[in-house]
Design a protein around this ligand. Structure first.
Ligand SMILES: O=C(O)C1=C[C@@H](OP(=O)(O)O)[C@@H](O)[C@H](O)C1
Ligand SMILES: C=C(OP(=O)(O)O)C(=O)O
Length: 430
C-alpha cells in the first residue's frame, strides 16, 4: 500500500485558499440540474464526491460544461425532470450524491439503479426509503435491507400532505427529502422524528433552495412546510464557498504550530456550520480572528492548548480534528454526541481510538463519545491506518506538529474531498 512519511513540522504560518465546499458543490449541482434555466457555478470543488455527482447528472441527460480548466461550470437545468429515464449510477462513497439523488429520482419516476463502493453499502439509507414509500416511490433493496444498492422504479404518485423522516441517523435524509419534494408541485409538510443531528447542514440546504427560488416554512427543527406550486429557477450565478471542514486542519495547525494560519474562502458570512470549528478551537485557548471571508488561527499566548469537554454534534466532520488537536492540549478532552461517526466513511469512533493509541494517547471509546488524554510525549514513527477515510488521513497529518515523524497509509484517500491536501499542508511549513 502507498504511504506518506511526514517529517516533523517545526512551525506553520501562512495563508491557504480553500477548495470549494463539498456540501455546497453537490447541492448546487443537483438544484441547478433540477431548475429551469442555466446556472453558472463558480469555484466548484474538484474531488471524487463532486465528480460522482457530475458523472451521474450527465448519465441522467443533464448537460453541463466546464469552463476551460477553471472550476467554473455551466449547468443547463432540466426543468424538473431528467431526460434519461433508465440508468445505473455509481456514486462511490458520496453521501451528498447518494441520498439526494435517491430522493429526487424516486419521486421523478423512471428506472434507476444506485450503487457505491462496498462501504457505501454499509451506510444506512432505510430512514430515507421509509419516508419515500408512502409518497408512492418504489424502492427495492438489492443487497441488505436498509442499505444500498437500490433499485428505483416509477411508482404511483400518492397525494400526501404530510411525510415524516427520522433525523437521528443522518441529516442527509431530511436534506434529500426537502430538495426533492418541490418536484411534486404539491404542498407538503415534513415532520422530523427523533432528535435531528448535524442541524447546520439543514441550514445549508434551506439557504441553497431559497437561492433557487423555493421557500420552506419551518417550525424550528421539527416541521418543514413546502407551499404548493414552487419550482426551482436558476439564480444565474452561484459562488461556492471554501470548504469549512477542510479549513479545520489548517486552523488546528495554526493553533498547534504557532501560526498565524489564515484560511480564505470561509469566514463570518459562511453558510456552513463547520465554521464553528473555530469556536471550539478558541475554547481550547487558540487565538482566532474572523473576517467576512477568512478565519485566522494562532497558538495560545501560553503556547499550550487546554482540553475541552464539548458536545460537537453540530460539527461532526470537524470534530475529528478536535480529537487530534487534543493530543496537544493539557488535560483530557471529551467529544460528545457523535454517534453518527460510526456510519460515515468508516466507524470513526473505533478508527480514531485505534490510531490515537498508536501515537501514545490514552483513549476511552463510548457508544457516542470519545475521551482523549495525550501522552507525555508522542510516539515517533507511528504508522497511521486511514480506513479509506479522507478525514482520518487529514487530521492525523497534524501529529507531525508534535516534533515526531508520522507515516500516513493510503494518503490518496483524501481525494474524496481534498485531493491536494498534503501539498497545501506543505505550503504552510515554516
Ligand atoms: O449534508 C451534508 O452535506 C453533510 C452532512 C453530514 O452528515 P450527517 O447528517 O450524516 O451527519 C456531514 O457529516 C457530511 O459530511 C455532509
Ligand atoms: C461524512 C462525510 O461524507 P458524506 O458526505 O459521504 O456523508 C464526510 O465528508 O466526512
Amino acid at each position: 500500500m502507498e504511504s506518506l512519511d511526514l517529517a516533523p513540522i517545526a512551525a506553520v504560518a501562512g495563508s491557504v485558499q480553500l477548495p470549494g465546499s463539498k456540501s455546497i458543490s453537490n447541492r448546487t449541482l443537483l438544484l441547478a440540474a433540477l431548475a429551469q434555466g442555466q446556472t453558472e457555478v463558480r469555484g466548484l470543488l474538484d474531488s471524487d464526491d463532486v465528480q460522482h455527482m457530475l458523472t451521474a447528472l450527465r448519465a441522467l441527460g443533464v448537460h453541463w460544461a466546464q469552463q476551460g480548466k477553471s472550476r467554473d461550470f455551466v449547468v443547463d437545468g432540466a426543468g424538473g425532470a431528467f431526460p434519461v429515464k433508465q440508468a445505473a449510477l455509481f456514486l462511490g462513497n458520496a453521501g451528498t450524491a447518494f441520498r439526494p439523488l435517491t430522493a429526487a429520482l424516486a419521486l421523478m419516476g423512471g428506472e434507476y439503479q444506485l450503487s457505491g463502493v462496498p462501504r457505501m453499502h454499509e451506510r444506512p439509507i432505510g430512514d430515507l426509503v421509509d419516508a419515500l414509500l408512502p409518497l408512492g416511490a418504489q424502492v427495492t433493496y438489492l443487497g441488505t435491507p436498509g442499505y444500498p444498492p437500490l433499485q428505483l422504479r416509477s411508482g404511483v404518485n400518492v397525494e400526501q400532505d404530510k411525510v415524516s423522516v427520522r433525523g437521528n441517523v443522518s441529516s442527509q435524509f431530511l436534506t434529500a427529502l426537502l430538495m426533492a419534494l418541490p418536484l411534486t408541485g404539491r404542498a407538503i409538510t415534513v415532520e422530523v422524528e427523533g432528535e435531528l443531528i448535524s442541524k447546520p447542514y439543514i441550514e445549508i440546504t434551506l439557504n441553497l433552495m431559497q437561492k433557487f427560488g423555493v421557500t420552506v416554512e419551518r417550525d424550528g427543527w421539527q416541521a418543514f412546510h413546502l407551499p404548493a406550486g414552487q419550482q426551482y429557477r436558476s439564480p444565474g450565478v452561484i459562488h461556492v464557498e471554501g470548504d469549512a471542514s477542510s479549513a479545520s486542519y489548517f486552523l488546528a495547525a495554526g493553533a498547534i504550530g504557532k501560526g498565524p494560519v489564515r484560511v480564505e474562502g470561509v469566514g463570518r458570512d459562511s453558510i456552513q456550520g463547520d465554521k464553528r470549528f473555530a469556536e471550539a478551537l478558541k475554547q481550547m485557548g487558540a487565538r482566532i480572528v474572523w473576517g467576512d471571508n477568512w478565519i485566522e488561527a494562532s497558538a495560545p499566548v501560553s503556547g499550550r492548548l487546554q482540553a475541552i469537554d464539548a458536545d460537537l454534534n453540530h460539527i461532526p466532520d470537524a470534530a475529528m480534528t478536535i480529537a487530534v488537536a487534543a493530543l496537544f492540549a493539557d488535560g483530557t478532552t471529551t467529544i460528545r454526541n457523535v454517534a453518527s461517526w460510526r456510519v460515515k466513511e468508516t466507524d470513526r469512533l473505533t478508527a480514531m481510538a485505534t490510531e490515537l493509541r498508536k501515537v501514545g494517547a490514552t483513549v476511552e471509546e463510548g457508544a457516542d463519545y470519545i475521551r482523549v488524554t495525550p501522552p507525555a510525549s508522542l510516539t515517533p514513527n507511528a504508522v497511521i491506518d486511514t480506513y479509506d477515510d479522507h478525514r482520518m488521513a487529514m487530521c492525523f497529518s497534524l501529529v507531525a506538529l508534535g516534533g515526531v515523524p508520522v507515516r500516513i497509509n493510503d494518503p490518496k484517500c483524501t481525494a474524496k474531498t481534498f485531493p491536494t491536501y498534503f501539498e497545501v499542508l506543505d505550503s504552510i511549513r515554516r
